[in-house]
Design a protein around this ligand. Sequence first.
Ligand SMILES: Cc1cc2nc3c(=O)[nH]c(=O)nc-3n(C[C@H](O)[C@H](O)[C@H](O)COP(=O)(O)OP(=O)(O)OC[C@H]3O[C@@H](n4cnc5c(N)ncnc54)[C@H](O)[C@@H]3O)c2cc1C
Length: 347
Amino acid sequence: MVQQKFLIIGAGIAGISISEALVSQGHSVKMIDNGKNRSSIVAAGMINPIVFRRMTKSWRVDEFLPFAEEFYATLGEKCGHQFMHSITIRRLFSSEQERDFWLSKQELEEFSKYLTKVSSDDLSYAKATNLFGSGRVKNSSFIATQSFLEETKKWLSTVLEMVKQEFDYEKVDPENGTYEEESFDSIIFCEGVEVRNNPWFGAIPINPTKGEILTVTSETLPENESLNRKCFVLPSGNKTFKIGSTYVWNTCNDTTTAEGREEICDHLSHLTSARYKIIDQTAGIRPTTLDRRPIMGRHETYPKLVVYNGLGAKGYLLAPLLGKELADYLLHSIPLDKEIRYSRLQK
Ligand SMILES: Cc1cc2nc3c(=O)[nH]c(=O)nc-3n(C[C@H](O)[C@H](O)[C@H](O)COP(=O)(O)OP(=O)(O)OC[C@H]3O[C@@H](n4cnc5c(N)ncnc54)[C@H](O)[C@@H]3O)c2cc1C
């Protein structure tokens, strides 16, 4: 095997997943990050295989989920931490139609891995405002995002060169793949919403989608399940919970707001009458694409430049396998899935 040399810009979940895939195949990686993460660190890290709004399975979840489980377990072993935690998601139905839709889907083989059959206890569930019954999602989980980013970066810095600095696009020679005169086989851009400043990929159709999350403490919210209707309640131990999240399209401003707090509290009031105390509020920006699919591939004029972006609201589920698929494409010329190819944007 000829060892290749890569430069990766951005140490969010996108940059981490491609670095891990390249390093584990014996290649050399230098990673540059400015320490101003605006998405992966804020994310609740929930991995929900079901899209409740349409009662469908999440895109390619049968492939993404087992790969993600393996990825977080393997990295967890390397870092001496457990990053992925199972949690049942309890969906409180919003209407009779939603309940009936669930009841029909739970009979289908393809949903059997993800939907628990609704029982009489689910219908009469009393720890939240229950108008039409509830259903439980199986194989759902969450990633402890803060410790994941901290610990993984610590481990990565033992197997690759990690540089904390602002990347200077003017120091790139796009034709030859050099940065500050150092040569790379490929330069991979994983800047999340900051890709808008990128001279070669700045025009990719990212719709920056702001989200806010509250952290609360409560004596009465359930700690063994994640409640969901209009908002989610994610237990994070010691009677602490993350509640979220808002969606504000087309904004790159990530300051927390009174409107965001009120919206989350309002949604929570429809889900439960439990008392709680707000102890923190955070905001971040999701790199969402117009067609809801990630964007990956080589630049049309400068093939040494590569983009990996558009993870939207599901980065923690998608990135582990997408990192491997991008590595397979760069190292072994295995074509990327048509739906995620950067070249689809050229049409
Ligand atoms: C409120 C909220 C809740 C969310 N909840 C979930 C959830 O429950 N489950 C889930 O799977 N996903 C969730 N997400 C989505 C998830 O956070 C994203 O899909 C994912 O984090 C995107 O990762 P990324 O690596 O592409 O971008 P980022 O995490 O933004 O990483 C980009 C990195 O590049 C660096 N960078 C950018 N420009 C430069 C430069 N010029 N020089 C140097 N470094 C640079 C940044 O500092 C950053 O570290 C949520 C997002 C938000 C905002």
